[in-house]
Structure formats: C-alpha cells, structure tokens
Design a protein. Structure first.
Length: 155
C-alpha cells in the first residue's frame, strides 16, 4: 500500500476556500436568476449554449456534455424549459434514439431579459473583487486546470 500524499496546510486552505467560493457563488447566481427571471442557473446555461449553437439547436447528448450535467438532469431541465415555451425538442432523423433541443423565440426573449442581471451578478460576485492582473492569473489557472481535467494536457 502506497503512502498518502496529504495536502499541506496551504493546499488544504486553498482547496477548502475553493469549495466554499464555488458553492456560494453558484448558489448566489442561481438564487438571483430564479428570483429575477424564474430560471435556474442550469436552465440559463442551457439557453446560452443553445443561443450560441449553429441554428440555435444542439443534440441532447452534446448539450449535456457542454452544460456539464447528467443526461437525466438535462432531460428534466429541458422538460421544464419546454413546458415554459423556451425550448422545443425535435427528433433526430440521423439517429432515431437521439433528439435535438431547439431554442424558441420565447427562449431567446427570456435569455435577453435574464442576461443583463446575470452578468451584473457575475461581475459583482467575482470580477469586481479582483484586480486586472488577478483576473488574468485566474483565467490562466482555470485554463490549466480545465485542460488537465479534460485530459487535453499532461500534468
């Protein structure tokens, strides 16, 4: 049995701080979107990704990977967005088991209405607290960590 490479005191402090910040920021953004616009943070993310996709449509499987949620959670969230008229599902002619999520005009409108408040909340919760240099360093760090976790770059 190999010995555990425990986190040192600084690493432990940083790790715990990261967990708290991630949780608090996500909770604050989710609560703000729900209060202002009746959307969850995940639903907002779905609308954003659909708005940026070619033809404002994405395969459900691809959307789940992009929004970083399980397929069952995505299905539940898309069903809610569909019920509210923001998204519609279309069958995929190439793959009978697959389906498309398509942004509707009502979904575009909901996104346009939610975006300014959401951007302001992101700025207030994260970027306004940092200097320009800190934002740059944070971006570099997040890129390195993301690439490593996605397996795009060896450590």
């Amino acid at each position: 049995m190999s010995e555990v490479d425990w986190l040192d005191a600084d690493e432990q402090r940083i790790w715990r701080s990261y967990l708290v910040v991630n949780s608090l920021l996500e909770e604050r953004l989710d609560r703000d979107l729900q209060r202002r616009n009746g959307l969850t943070l995940v639903e907002y993310g779905i609308l954003v990704h659909l708005s940026e996709a070619e033809g404002q449509r994405m395969r459900m499987r691809t959307l789940a990977d992009t929004v970083i949620v399980s397929k069952s959670r995505l299905s539940h969230q898309v069903a809610r967005l569909e019920r509210d008229g923001h998204v519609r599902r279309e069958s995929c002619s190439e793959d009978r088991r697959g389906s498309w999520a398509v942004l509707t005009a009502q979904g575009e409108k909901a996104l346009r209405e939610a975006a300014p408040g959401h951007v302001a909340a992101v700025r207030a919760g994260l970027f306004e607290r940092l200097s320009d240099e800190q934002v740059k360093r944070l971006g570099e760090i997040m890129e390195i960590v993301e690439r490593g976790l996605r397996g795009d770059e060896p450590r």
